[in-house]
Each structure stands twice: as structure tokens, then as C-alpha cells.
Design a binder for this molecule. Structure first.
Ligand code: GLN
Length: 228
């Protein structure tokens, strides 16, 4: 049976932005598989709901719009639970604690405290919590559609630093030995899966899957599989 927007009832559509390793990225043997921690969690959520997971990859700042337009059933994209987002979507229980991280070129020793971010040229991912935070420190913020592009800009010395979530920052660092990470005193952020406000049943089923995975060791196994 088909629903209004052409989706089959036995398919659960997850929206993600696959440029956020190790949570979601493009890779695998074929080189075009979307994989990662969030994707494995989403697979289990779909399985528990008796559905097949379909992945829609899009820009991070399009995800909430797609969710509320019914194009995706939920978002799994390292999305931080914030009061602003909670005004338009519901979040699952938090499933991962993260924080912001600064990436700079190795020869840059000018950033040692949050105060040092003042009026530095900062590259961020459009619509991310890093984007919002960077703007609270500096007037010079350039937002890109992906973290990859922000890092590229830093490597080309067009910006002073990238402000990005810690785990993907560590991932980018491994591939870019000319960069280093500076840990500053940022507050913790908590990732949640987002669902449309009226999809209470789906939200409950996501929360049940998450708590089952936390109890049966499935969650910890995925942390060991994906995190350094
Ligand atoms: N956690 C950050 C946010 O929610 C970044 C997420 C992302 O870029 N995928 O804004």
C-alpha cells in the first residue's frame, strides 16, 4: 500500500547528511554506500519497527524542512537537541554526548581560550550548532554546505579555524596531518533523532529501540565499532 507521498508502508525513510564521519559518511567497498554509527542505529530502529530502512542524503540545513514536509520519517544526522529545533520537531531521548572542537593549521598557536575566537575568521557547516556558536564569537563566519568544504578552506588558509563537532573533527584530523585540534571549554551537546511533531508513535518506537540497544549491549557494540 502506498501513502500520500508515495512511500511504501513497510519502508522507514531516514534523512541524513552523509558528511559527518563517523556518524554518517559515504564509503564502503562500492565507495558510494552511506554508512556510520547513526546509520547502524537507524537500521536497528527500522528493523524493530518491522520496516526496511531507506536513506535520503541531503544538506544538513534541509533536513528539518524535509521532515516537516513528510519527505523523510526521521532524521539521524548527529543533530544536537536545541530549544530552537524543539520548536519545530520532537527529539528522541539523547543518544550521544558531543561538544564543539576547534581545528587549525599546525603552525597556528594563537587560539588557547574561547576569548581568542573573537573576530577570527571561522568556517562552519551551514545551520549547525557550530555555525550559531561561531557567530556569537566573531563577525567573520563563513558557512559551507559540508564540514569537508570548511576543512578545505582551512587547509587553503582562507580561514583561521573550523568550528565543528568533536567526533567528525577527529575524523577529519586523521586524514589531514597538517591540521591540529584545540580543545576549548565548550558546553556539552546531546544528539537526538528528530521526528515530526505529530509522529508520536514513531517517536515512542525509536525511544524503545534505543533503550533496548542500551540494555542489550547493542549500543555499546556500535560505539566500539565506530568511535576511536
Ligand atoms: N551537531 C551539530 C548540529 O546539530 C552538527 C550536526 C551535523 O553537522 N551533522 O548542528
Amino acid at each position: 500500500m502506498l501513502t500520500g507521498c508515495g512511500k511504501s508502508d513497510d519502508v522507514l525513510v531516514v534523512g541524513t547528511n552523509a558528511s559527518f564521519p563517523p556518524f554518517e559518511y559515504v564509503g564502503g567497498a562500492s565507495g558510494d554506500e552511506i554508512m556510520g554509527f547513526d546509520i547502524d542505529l537507524a537500521q536497528q530502529i527500522a528493523k524493530d519497527a518491522g520496516k526496511t530502512l531507506k536513506i535520503e542524503n541531503m544538506n544538513f540545513d534541509s533536513l528539518i524542512v524535509a521532515l516537516n514536509a513528510g519527505k523523510v520519517d526521521f532524521i539521524a544526522s548527529g543533530m544536537t537537541i536545541t530549544p530552537e529545533r524543539q520548536a519545530s520537531v520532537n527529539f528522541s531521548e539523547p543518544y550521544y554526548e558531543a561538544t564543539q572542537m576547534v581545528l587549525v593549521n599546525k603552525d597556528n598557536n594563537s587560539i588557547n581560550s574561547l576569548d581568542d575566537l573573537k573576530d577570527k575568521h571561522i568556517a562552519v557547516q551551514l545551520g549547525s550548532t557550530g555555525d550559531i556558536m561561531a557567530k556569537s564569537y566573531s563577525q567573520q563566519v563563513t558557512a559551507f554546505n559540508s564540514g569537508f568544504e570548511a576543512v578545505m578552506e582551512l587547509k587553503n588558509a582562507k580561514v583561521d579555524l573550523v568550528l565543528f563537532d568533536s567526533e567528525p573533527a577527529i575524523s577529519f584530523l586523521e586524514k589531514n596531518p597538517q591540521l591540529k585540534m584545540v580543545e576549548l571549554d565548550f558546553s556539552p551537546e546531546f544528539y537526538g533523532f528528530a521526528v515530526a511533531k505529530d509522529k508520536v508513535e514513531l517517536l515512542n518506537s525509536i525511544n524503545t529501540s534505543l533503550s533496548t540497544m542500551k540494555q542489550n549491549g547493542g549500543y555499546d557494540a556500535l560505539v566500539s565499532k565506530h568511535m576511536k
